[in-house]
Structures are given as C-alpha cells and as structure tokens.
Design a protein. Structure first.
Length: 278
C-alpha cells in the first residue's frame, strides 16, 4: 500500500488555527487520507484501479452502511490549547490517545479563558446544562467580565506566591480555576473523530467546544475530503428516524396523515422542520 500524501493536509500541517481568546488547534501529523480508506476497503486491488468518482462512491457507501474499519486506517494528531473546562468535556471521548501538560512538572502559565460580553448569557429555563439566548445587559456584562478577570489574576498571583515559597507544584495548583488554559497532543482515527464531531458540533454542545470542533472538521476535510463530505451529508446534517417515524413518512408519501400523536408527533415534526435529532 503506497504512502498517502494529501496536498491540502500538507499545507495545513503545523499551522496554529486560533480558537477562543488564547487557544489554538494545530495539525501535527496525519496518516492516510481518502486513498487509504479506499485501499483498505479494496485490499486486493492496487493503486489506480478505480476513478476518483468511483472511490468517492465507495467511501460514501462504507460510511452510510457503518463499515467503519477502513476509516480507522486514517489517523490525525493535533496539538491543542484549550481551557480546562473544555478539556473536561473533550476527555469524555475515550477513543483517542493524548498527552497533556503536567502541572506537577511545569509552572502553569498565566493564561485564562475570558468570555466576551456577548457570551455572558443567562441560564436556560428549559435546559439544565445550557445557556439561553438572553445575555446580560451591556453595563452589567462589562462588570461581570471585569470581575471574572480580577478573580483570575488574584488566584494566579496566589498560585505563583505558593510556588515561589517552595510549595510543591502539585499542591500549589489545586486552587487554579477551570478557565485556566492547558495543552495536549491528541491523536484519533477518522472514524472516532467523526463520532466526536457529530456530538460536539451539535447545537446542544457548549459553544466553546463547538468552536474547537469546527476547526477539527476543517482539518478532517483537508486530510480526507471525500470521507468528510460523506460524513457531513449523511451524519452531520442528517437525522435518524424510529420505526414508527418511518411508517409515518411512508404514510405522508401516500398523501395520508402521519398517524402520530402527542409528543411523538411533535418530535417527528421538529425533525422534519429542522433536520436535527430531538
């Protein structure tokens, strides 16, 4: 199997793409691309035995039918700088490999995530884990933001004071807040990256991690454009229908009422209207 070099991915390598106020994503390395997926699926064929159009059709078939192992042949490695609260959500995806900066070995930098005034939204009334569209009035938002920055500076000064007194770094760090930036190397195969993106680009995901996911999507597109196009069409902008919902679609196609009632009908109509899973 020949080594796969993807020009768009080569162009992206080692470029820091800014995310949030101080974070970034950098594609460090990649292994394989669309060609690797195709060759893994057609193990008995050599390179050049199919056209690009046929290769794209095969990739689309594999993805639509959950033949996932060829996508695992493509691996991406990222260097990511991100706030700890984003990292804690990110780490829920346990199908990757990572090395994170250690606060036991290193003195942590004075770098904290400070949301913009427009991001200081009120708690959602119908979503216990999310924010609403309503933001604080401008004068109040400015005061809240200034208070957050003041607290960050104070806690970091306390941390550095403890370090300078000789207190063990592993103890001095315990009061540092979730807004502190951390860094890691994160390696993941394309199949599991698509799983990550499907969840973290969803509107229900927190805004800050969606910002990182958008950059990862661009990197996936550079490395494996046909696979990523299929992912976007079939999964990212698609939705799932239950058995009763499929029967409702067949009824609608025949010009009949859906037959669904109550909350089931509301969810079905919401899917048709928005294209999103509810």
């Amino acid at each position: 199997m020949p080594h796969c070099i993807v020009p768009a991915a080569e162009e992206l390598l080692d470029k820091e793409i800014p995310v949030l106020d101080k974070g970034f994503v950098r594609l460090v390395d990649y292994l394989g691309g669309d060609e690797r997926i195709v060759q893994a699926a057609r193990v008995s064929y050599g390179a050049g035995t199919r056209t690009v159009r046929e290769d794209s059709a095969l990739i689309d078939y594999l993805l639509r039918n959950d033949h996932t192992s060829p996508f695992e042949q493509v691996v991406l490695t990222f260097h990511v700088k991100l706030p700890i609260f984003v990292a804690r959500q990110w780490i829920r995806h346990r199908t990757a490999r990572l090395n994170e900066i250690s606060g036991r070995y290193s003195v942590m930098k004075d770098e904290f995530y400070l949301p913009g005034e427009g991001d200081l939204a009120l708690q959602s009334r119908d979503n216990k884990q999310g924010r609403s569209e309503e933001t604080l009035p401008s004068p109040e938002a400015a005061g809240v933001r200034a208070g957050m920055e003041r607290d960050q500076k104070a806690v970091y000064a306390s941390y550095r004071g403890l370090v300078d007194r000789g207190l063990a770094r592993e103890i001095a760090r315990v009061n540092l807040p979730l807004s502190l930036y951390t860094e890691w190397y994160w390696q993941i195969d394309l199949h599991n990256l698509f799983r990550f993106l499907a969840l973290r680009l969803d509107p229900h995901a927190q805004k800050e991690i969606r910002a990182y996911a958008a950059v990862l999507l661009d990197a996936a597109r550079a490395v494996a454009p046909a696979a990523t196009d299929s992912f976007e069409r079939n999964i990212l902008t698609g939705t799932r229908f239950s058995g009763p919902e499929m029967e409702a679609l067949r009824r609608l196609a025949r010009g009949e009422p859906s037959g669904l009632t109550g909350r089931e009908a509301e969810r079905f109509e919401e899917k048709l209207r928005t294209g999103k899973q509810t």
